[in-house]
Design a protein around this ligand. Structure first.
Ligand code: AMP
Length: 182
């Protein structure tokens, strides 16, 4: 049984690592960013509401993602475990997740904090070249991360859930470190 939260700035490589680890444990990799991008491309009601925020590098409103995660964690494939990638991103989301997990009789085992300096992140994201990755939007996403998401590092540290990994290492080394922790 593995239940993990992956925390870290955009471009830290959490998605890649989450996918590998989720596959090896046969549990779902739940990325709110992936779910929202799919909703945008389907032009579903959720996607229509989320698109403008995402294009600007802002967070979508808490209520939208809180509802999305409530539905997703209720699905049967998520009962044996999960890796949450990119959720929670605000203290409101983290508090809400606490309540939801209590309702589901689940606990999160660990929060893995991927630590990468800003300059390395910007370089990685520019070279990745996704269409939402213009330099202005990248810088805005980092700012939003520092302001709204980084407080979760202390939040989970206080709850003795946090493990920090140096995400600026080569991808294989990050994977090795992660497997030792889990
Ligand atoms: P990501 O792929 O995780 O970087 O997410 C892409 C975009 O989706 C973010 O820049 C936000 O606009 C939105 N998003 C993803 N997860 C969340 C979340 N937990 N809370 C608010 N917005 C989110």
């Amino acid at each position: 049984m593995v239940r993990l939260i992956f925390l870290g700035p955009p471009g830290a490589g959490k998605g890649t690592q989450a996918k590998l680890l989720a596959d090896s444990h046969t549990i779902p990799h739940i990325s709110t960013g992936d779910i929202l991008r799919a909703a945008v491309s389907d032009q579903s009601p959720l996607g229509v509401k989320a698109k403008g925020y995402m294009d600007r590098g802002e967070l979508v409103p808490d209520q939208l993602v809180i509802e999305l995660i409530r539905e997703r964690l209720g699905e049967s494939d998520a009962q044996p475990g999960w890796i949450l990638d990119g959720y929670p991103r605000t203290v409101v989301q983290a508090d809400s997740l606490d309540g939801l997990l209590a309702e589901l009789n689940q606990t999160c085992d660990r929060v893995i904090n991927f630590d990468v300096p800003d300059e390395a992140l910007i370089e990685r994201m520019l070279s990745r070249g996704r269409k939402d990755d213009s330099e202005d939007v990248i810088r805005r996403r980092l700012e939003v991360y520092r302001q709204q998401t980084a407080p979760l590092i202390d939040y989970y540290q206080t709850r003795e859930k946090l493990t920090t990994i140096d995400g600026s290492q080569a991808m294989e080394d990050v994977t090795t470190h992660l497997y030792k922790v889990v």
